[in-house]
Design a protein around this ligand. Structure first.
Ligand code: SF4
Length: 420
């Protein structure tokens, strides 16, 4: 309206109106920037070709679904997404800024690229975000990837690929229950590096029978791929999985593997920005940073988690993990199983567990904004907090808190000890 009136005014009034117009726009923009929270969006694809021996993720073994059935599942994800937008984000939905989309699983690289395109396109009808400026990750396993499929995923909107390699020898891959061979993984890594500027490779250490020396040799090989991002995780054995018993005999301490990994990767020029994640400059994973910064995130699919709302309005949502129950309930309830408003104490604990994993730690501003100043003051005044500072496990600065190198090796224990 202001624009439409400007041509009818005198030159002086036109100038004045223009200035007023510009200042209104800048106020509006700064308002929007303050009230526009970033949102990380996750889609879960719960199918894998087979179940790995250590896996406790919400996934089931299945041959690739016929395309008709895949489309029905994709439609269920869309219905669930729409339900979440309408019932959880409500009238705030347009104000969110999509920070990242992550297709995880399971094995979402089993999907046809058209299905990925359909999901991204649907999200963009609500948030017309810039495809190039928004990190969109696809988790992938080497088995079904070809150079052509990788190009098709890129054309569908994927701009970051995360490949589960896990080990660099066939005996360990077989022992972990992985279905790909080392040769296949090496071939796929070479294709990925040609199609994607941004990608991640996943590896697991502390495997049965793996010594520190063996892991260091493997790390040398891993670094020859020159991947912009590496996720290096300790093998965690969930009770009830096939590897649970053999691991009882395993004795080298996790801390020694962690220390070796951190030291090694820093020497190779990677930033150890999170306890298990390493990157070249400007290649930190924006999606995972949303979790570690305790920002809002929306999970769509069976077994997913969401944290929506700020400060006292923050609420935890979990989706039904049973695939059938989830799918038949998406239209009525979005597939949600539980809705739990989080107390200040719970928000503080969750924020510490997430943020202390980061090398940068947590800023006072973020922590107080999330959990409330009085809770943070109480935490800082506690004798346990002071003890952790004295022991150089927690480092307190004017800007915030972070865990020391030693502290980052035992974050769960720190939060337990703080006894919040
Ligand atoms: S590929 Fe990943 S999600 Fe699937 S079974 Fe293996 S570890 Fe689990």
């Amino acid at each position: 309206m202001l624009c439409a009136k400007i041509p009818n005014l005198s030159p002086f009034s036109s100038l004045l109106s223009l200035l007023l117009y510009c200042s209104c726009i800048s106020v509006l923009l700064s308002l929007l920037m303050n009230v526009t929270p970033p949102l990380a969006l996750y889609f879960h694809w719960p199918f894998c070709l087979s179940k790995c021996a250590y896996c406790a993720f919400n996934s089931v073994a299945s041959p690739p679904l016929p395309f008709v059935e895949e489309k029905q599942w994709v439609q269920a994800l869309i219905v669930s997404f729409d339900w979440h937008v309408q019932h959880i984000l409500q009238n705030r939905a347009p104000f969110y800024a999509i920070q990242s989309i992550f297709f995880g699983g399971g094995t979402p690289s089993l999907l046809h690229p058209e299905s990925i395109y359909t999901l991204i396109k649907h999200v963009r009808t609500l948030w017309p975000f810039d495809l190039k400026a928004t990190e969109i990750t696809l988790e992938a396993n080497p088995d079904t990837l070809t150079a052509d499929r990788l190009i098709s995923f890129f054309e569908a909107g994927i701009n970051r690929l995360s490949l589960g390699v896990q080990a660099l020898n066939n005996a360990d891959l077989a022992h972990l229950g992985r279905t790909h061979s080392l040769e296949r993984a090496l071939q796929v890594i070479s294709w990925i590096s040609k199609v994607f500027a941004n990608y991640n490779l996943d590896f697991i250490y502390k495997r049965p029978g793996q010594s520190l020396k063996m892991w260091e040799t493997e790390l040398e090989q891993i670094c020859t791929f020159n991947s912009p991002h590496l996720s290096l995780y300790e093998l965690t054995i969930e009770p009830g999985t096939p590897l649970a018993d053999p691991m009882k005999k395993f004795s080298v301490k996790t801390e020694r593997f962690l220390e070796t990994t951190l030291r090694f990767m820093q020497k190779k020029g990677y930033s150890a920005y999170e306890i298990s994640n390493f990157c070249r400059p400007h290649h930190a994973c924006a999606h995972n940073l949303a979790y570690w910064h305790y920002q809002e995130y929306l999970g769509i699919g069976p077994g997913t988690h969401s944290r929506i709302g700020q400060r006292s309005e923050r609420t935890a949502f979990t989706a039904l993990s049973d695939l059938h129950k989830w799918r038949i309930s998406v239209a009525d309830t979005g597939g949600i199983a539980t809705t739990t408003p989080l107390s200040s104490k719970e928000r503080l604990i969750e924020h510490l567990l997430m943020g202390l994993r980061l090398e940068e730690g947590i800023s006072w501003h973020q922590l107080e904004d999330n959990a409330g100043t009085s809770y943070v003051d109480t935490l800082c005044a506690s004798s346990h907090f002071k003890m952790l500072q004295e022991k150089n496990i927690l480092i307190v600065t004017q800007n915030g808190i972070k865990a020391s190198h030693q502290g980052r090796l035992q974050i769960d224990a720190i939060v337990d000890y703080l006894n919040i």
